[in-house]
Design a protein around this ligand. Structure first.
Ligand SMILES: NC(=O)c1ccc[n+]([C@@H]2O[C@H](COP(=O)([O-])OP(=O)(O)OC[C@H]3O[C@@H](n4cnc5c(N)ncnc54)[C@H](OP(=O)(O)O)[C@@H]3O)[C@@H](O)[C@H]2O)c1
Length: 195
């Protein structure tokens, strides 16, 4: 059984990904979110729900007990969130982190210069890359509701190709990253629709 803690579990991409993860019988989920009554438990035998803020270090450490994988689907003060996640994971001894960021944080999107709007994404990615966690940072293009799973990856030293990607593609990739040992460890991946 792989135990996965989802931080920001009421986020759009997290809500899209939960059913993809639950298709796999060997997965148990802990959904961590503020104002937990917004979520209905989709499978009480395998899913638990914890109300908490990622910036609450003690609550986060408690939620991390016994987990194998952390999937962070956050927004807002992402540098402070990344600091809290890194410290809590280190103290509990959980190593695998999948962290949703954004395209554009390295100036890697041809013809686009995203400025300060991406600072929280840049700063949180830099903190994670400086940690010794087994991280994979995802840098998606704009989300679409296209049902198809159809994507390409670009590594940190490559230009980002395209500009959008379906939520289902990202969910498919997150399941693989969570369950395939050592897949794209310590990598920062651009994710866009394959041409
Ligand atoms: N939409 C796009 O096209 C696109 C493209 C590239 C990248 N992205 C980025 O990808 C990430 C995921 O996207 P999304 O659409 O799933 O985002 P979302 O719907 O805005 O979800 C982010 C979640 O983070 C939670 N959160 C924020 N601060 C928190 C804290 N301190 N403790 C616990 N939870 C906290 C929010 O919870 P509350 O509901 O409690 O506020 C929210 O549910 C975002 O950073 C987004 O900007 C989006």
């Amino acid at each position: 059984m792989t135990r996965i803690l989802i931080l920001g579990a009421n986020g759009q991409l997290a809500r899209n990904t939960i059913p993809f993860l639950l298709e796999r019988e060997d997965v148990a989920l802990t959904l961590y979110l503020r104002r937990a009554k917004r979520l209905t438990n989709p499978d009480p035998a395998r899913v638990s729900i914890i109300e908490g803020d990622v910036l609450d270090r003690a609550a986060l450490q408690a939620a991390l007990q016994g987990q194998d994988v952390v999937y962070a689907n956050l927004a807002g003060d992402m540098a402070a969130q990344a600091r809290s996640i890194i410290a809590a994971m280190k103290s509990v001894g959980v190593r695998r982190l999948i962290f949703i960021s954004s395209m554009g944080i390295y100036g890697e999107v041809p013809g686009e210069r995203y400025q300060s709007v991406l600072d929280p994404y840049r700063d949180s990615a830099a903190l994670i890359e400086a940690s010794d966690l087994d991280y994979t940072i995802l840098r998606p293009g704009w989300f679409t509701r296209d049902k198809a799973v159809n994507y390409q990856l670009s590594h940190r030293d490559e230009a980002f190709r395209g500009h959008d990607v379906s939520l289902n593609s990202l969910s498919d990739l997150i399941v693989k990253l969570a369950l395939i040992p050592n897949m794209e460890i310590r990598q920062s991946l651009g994710v866009s629709k394959a041409r």
